[in-house]
Ligand binder design. Sequence first.
Ligand SMILES: [Zn+2]
Ligand SMILES: [Zn+2]
Length: 128
Amino acid sequence: MTKPQITIENFDIDTELKCKCGCNKFNYDNAFLVCLQAYRYLIKQGMNVTSGCRCIKHNTDEGGVSTSLHICEGKKASALDFWCKGMAYAYKKACDCGLFNEVIWYKSKNIIHIGQDPNQTGNFFCTK
Ligand SMILES: [Zn+2]
Ligand SMILES: [Zn+2]
């Protein structure tokens, strides 16, 4: 039996979370997805996903570091980039909610990166 795929209320796996290079790879850490949805409930705001899962090639093309949490090949992805209304509010919530230990607001691109880095225990960082 194949394991059923997780569904999360406010995100569409096919159009939002799979690798956007066209390879359609999807391999997210379920715990991250649960936290992602919890965060979505918290901010009560539609999130426009700019980057979800990335295959290794797409991550390189996007200029992502080789240790990127977006990579879903050989490990599970545990990060997502998005923009929404009220970025300052969304950023503050992402930092304060305790759901993620990697929160980066790329102001030049106007996107927020939220992630769970399993190798970074209890060492929360938030950068602007
Ligand atoms: Zn890909
Ligand atoms: Zn990111």
